[in-house]
Design a protein around this ligand. Sequence first.
Ligand SMILES: [Zn+2]
Length: 315
Amino acid sequence: MNQLLDKKYTYLSNFFKTAIEQNKLFHSLIFYGSNNFMQYAMAMELSRLLNCTGDKTETCSCQNCRWIRENKHPAVMTISKIDNKTDSSKTVISEEQVNQVLDTLINSSDYHRVFIFCDAQLKKLSDEELTEYEEYKTTGFNIPQEPDGDKLWYPSGVNTNCFSTVAANSMLKSIEEPPSNVTFIFLSNNKDDLLQTIISRSESFYIADVKNTKYQTEFFEKFFSSYPLFEKQHVLDFSQCLLNFQTENNMNPKYIIDCIQYYLIQLLKSNSNNKLLLNRILKDIQKTEKSKKMIDSYIKEQTVYEDLAFYFFGR
Ligand SMILES: [Zn+2]
């Protein structure tokens, strides 16, 4: 197995190795967690182990391993709104696209076919995303698309926005009675982002994001000085402050919300005796979770920050 994945996810890595050796790997897998690049690496590594005709080591040079490392294997396909498209819709994994995939299953194949479903975009990566990409590269796998200028392929989890109910439903039969040597892998942030009917036919694995993120709070703390109260006249200063800090430091908007969430969690710890305040803080933490979901749904960060600002300052 791949060294980095082995080290980061020892338990999972052993589990998958054994499952593949004993030919017991489930045919539909859901990976969930916040680092979609590591999920993608895990999916590529499983594809490699399922197809290797050599010694299965990280450096194996059999043709299947080489093709998969280059991300050019004909039987290992990434399915997203921008990968393996058969129609012109650029915003969703379409029903037509899914049907094309399923049609290929009618023909038998010598390979073990793996379909990796995710959301993806070509974009200029933030510093944090770039770190994820650099880490992914050390696994030795390529991304499925060439860089476009300074834009790189970046995966995220599927959800019902980019993978419509109709498209997902058209897969159910294949997931229920899959042809032999076919594995479906779904990358997601929360496994609840997938249809219940897919979840119930799949095995789910949490791919933890093992990194020590340092959260910064100084840049917005002054607005929280009389928490849980806020000074109404500063509502727009607050949202502007978040946006400025994000753009000046080239950060992921989710990180900005995480910093606020981190701050609230610290408040929670230091106010454990004040029941009333605790409830307030818990509600606020839930609100920050909602803000992150808004970002996942491609709502503009400025809108997300303003929504959060009006939530805090409007009470
Ligand atoms: Zn090999």
